[in-house]
Design a protein around this ligand. Structure first.
Ligand code: GUN
Length: 292
């Protein structure tokens, strides 16, 4: 059984990017620059954003973190996005989701210039993804594709079951796995909250991508021997014995499923680290596509 270690795969992606940023520095060129916007102080979002900023630094990217109050208006946020769209020193713009309820998420996503949309959430970029055109692939599915590539996991002709149909993970993941990319060419089944007898679909899967946000949902009795298991879950579960009072739990019951799988991502230390690798790759791509 192979543990798909996100630390190893993400380090490989980051090393390649570091080589590029070092070459840019040697030529006296500016750094790729990510602007990240955090609204409010949701604990999980704070952690993700801090990690994105830290990874930018480690890879030789510039980053700017803009913080807005929980009670800010939609107009405040849209104004900031307009300024960043027009700022030639900014390559990528990321608005951490979820947003407070007074702000319409879709309006914000559509306000970002598609050429700076390193999350790949703008409908123009989603449309390109669906049509197999070059675009920004949403960071988590992108990271999973990079993980499959790093560990040379064969996907061609395999049956992949994606659990979850979110715009951030499940839907783009299903499109990528069914695409004719090197680590695509799967037959894909998308399961969700209205799928009856979800277990029967999972039992047919050569690859399971669990992205539903229910800790421990995928159990050993749902998994075929030798399946590849990708766990996207990162739920905070209260635990008074843990240092921070919570633990991060994946969507897969790791120990029992690992005993049956041919390969599995751990949580933490799996897909989460690859999401950041995907984001950094997109930021470099945005930079390279701009006239520097
Ligand atoms: N919230 C959860 N995942 C993501 C992501 O990939 N990008 C952004 N911007 N927000 C998120």
């Amino acid at each position: 059984m192979l543990v798909l270690d996100g630390k190893i795969a993400a380090a490989a992606v980051k090393d390649a990017l570091k080589t590029k940023t070092a070459a840019l520095a040697a030529e006296g060129r500016r750094k790729p620059h990510l602007a990240a916007i955090l609204v409010g102080n949701n604990g999980a979002s704070e952690t993700y954003i801090a990690s994105k900023v830290k990874n930018c630094e480690e890879t030789g990217f510039a980053s700017t973190l803009l913080r807005l109050d929980e009670n800010c208006t939609e107009a405040d946020l849209l104004k900031i996005i307009t300024n960043l769209n027009q700022d030639p020193s900014i390559d990528g713009i990321l608005v951490q989701l979820p947003l407070p309820k007074q702000i319409a998420e879709q309006k914000v996503i559509e306000a970002i210039d598609p050429s700076k949309d390193v999350d790949g959430f703008h409908p123009v970029n989603v449309g390109k993804l669906v049509q197999g055109l070059s675009t920004f692939i949403p960071a988590t599915p992108y990271g999973i594709m990079l993980m499959l590539e790093h560990f040379n996991i064969e996907t061609k002709g395999k049956h992949a079951v994606v659990i979850g149909r979110s715009n951030i993970v499940g839907r783009p993941m299903s499109i990528l796995l069914s695409s004719n990319l090197k680590h695509g060419n799967c037959t894909v089944t998308v399961c969700h909250s209205h799928t009856p007898d979800l277990k029967s679909f999972c039992l047919q899967a050569d690859i399971i991508v669990a992205a539903l946000g229910r800790p421990g949902f995928v159990t050993a009795d749902m998994v075929k021997d030798g399946a590849v298991i990708i766990d996207v879950g990162i739920t905070r579960v209260e635990d008074s014995t843990a240092k921070k009072g919570f633990r991060i739990k994946g969507d897969v019951a790791y120990d029992e499923v690992a005993a049956r799988a041919s390969a599995i991502t751990p949580v933490p230390g799996g897909v989460g680290l690859m999401t950041i690798a995907g984001l950094l790759k997109n930021t470099m791509q945005a930079y390279e596509q701009r006239a520097n």
